[in-house]
Design a protein around this ligand. Structure first.
Ligand code: FES
Length: 122
């Protein structure tokens, strides 16, 4: 029921952890299940230079967090803002329908982190 890519990102998640003194940070909770995720970004010249995540959630939430950080790394802030939950699910070769709500968290947390960066910057 899970694609190979979901299982791979669940077993070997990329970019796990925290960044010291992040330029932006975004946390979101999933109202469906109560799981939470935080994404940290370092920005250089309007580009996401580094990105890490911490997710307290199910396997699908961890896999989508991991894939989101991979998709966002190296992108400009505007490009990263266009990453949607559908892009993340597609990049993972899909999620089971019952797990689609899990893919909401990562894109939202990424967008929140960018918003936080822009607010800090003024
Ligand atoms: Fe909570 Fe998947 S069950 S994010």
């Amino acid at each position: 029921m899970y694609s190979e890519k979901v299982l791979d990102h669940f077993k070997n998640p990329r970019n796990v952890g925290e960044l010291e003194n992040p330029d932006g940070e975004g946390s979101v909770g999933n109202p469906v299940c109560g799981d939470v995720m935080t994404i940290y970004i370092k920005v250089n010249d309007d580009r996401i230079e580094d990105i890490k995540f911490k997710t307290f959630g199910c396997g699908a939430a961890i896999a989508t967090s991991s894939m989101t950080t991979e998709l966002a790394k190296g992108k400009t802030l505007d490009e990263a803002l266009e990453i949607s939950k559908a892009n993340v699910a597609d990049a993972l070769d899909g999620l089971p329908p019952i797990k689609m709500h899990c893919s909401n968290l990562a894109a939202d947390a990424l967008h929140e982190a960018i918003k936080n960066y822009k607010e800090k910057k003024g």
